[in-house]
Design a protein around this ligand. Sequence first.
Ligand code: AQP
Length: 333
Amino acid sequence: MSKKIFSGVQPTGNLHLGNYLGAIKNFVELNNNKDNQCIFCVVDLHAITVKQDPKELKQNIRETAATFIASGIDPNKSIIFNQSAVSAHAEAAWILSCVSKIGWLNRMTQFKEKAGKDKEKASIGLYSYPVLMAADILLYDSTHVPVGDDQKQHLELCRDIAQKFNNDFNAVNFFKVPEPLIQNKFSRIMSLKDGTKKMSKSDPSDLSRINLTDKKDEIINKIKKAKTDDQLMPESAKNLDSRPEVENLLGIYSSLKNQSLEKSITEFKRKNFSEFKEKLSDIIVDKIEPISKEIKKLLDDKNYLDKILLDGSNKASKIASKKINEIRQLVGF
Ligand code: AQP
């Protein structure tokens, strides 16, 4: 059966190895399967749930589209567009927010993490972010949504919203209930400075992440400075629970090498970290450097990127306007 894939990335700058291994790498594989119909969205409406500089946002939208293409997504096969160009997303989000329960949203851990201690000061957009995400997915009758492990809870909410809308409006199977596509291995890449925190664009320390635009020496330097401990490399996966930074670095290595964690552990068993870090830097540089170079090349041709986004939004708009019209009818507008 052909899969309808939808996923998005926020244009909030500093796209990193976590975004790549947790999401974009998977997008490329899905794009390469000729049976799939894929839509990859630069979710700029999501980005403004926290304050953005308008000039930087514009640049980050192009950079995110460039990252998709540089990583291997073919714009002739998959639709690449930015969310704000298709107004049905905002309209569907409003309608869906009227069937979603406050209690459901109160359980979302990402809001709690991002809003921090002072929830009163967070934007309403940040709170209702998962409803907009549900609108994005449901407008395209998506059957599968590739995301990192951190988005699993939002996907479950999207499934609840779809079912509630279908029930409330007596519209059996109107919204397809999507399946998450989460890689079961290495689906959450952690900070290079703290193995208990996920690698994130908004971490104030640039040393906490490998950006997809980093140059070779920056990568080598960041891996050299990545937190480890004063023991030797582990002998087995058993005691990794108490060594989250080591587990994370071995996870990154295994993911890039497409091999199991156990195999990586055997490869470096009882060795010094310096030897492992050298090999790890090499493999990251091999993967990231060509992507980084291609992103820079694409960013020099803004017209090309703008055209890809415009073509993509025209295609997305055709699909989304049909669905939003059906939604309007069901609601009684
Ligand atoms: N550390 C991560 N490990 C694995 N997957 C990750 N993703 C993000 N961080 C990791 C996945 O990347 C996709 C795009 O994420 P996003 O840009 O839409 O938002 P995010 O999850 O909020 O990313 P960040 O880096 O954490 O941004 P900030 O710092 O702005 O909050 C998603 O599929 C996500 O799962």
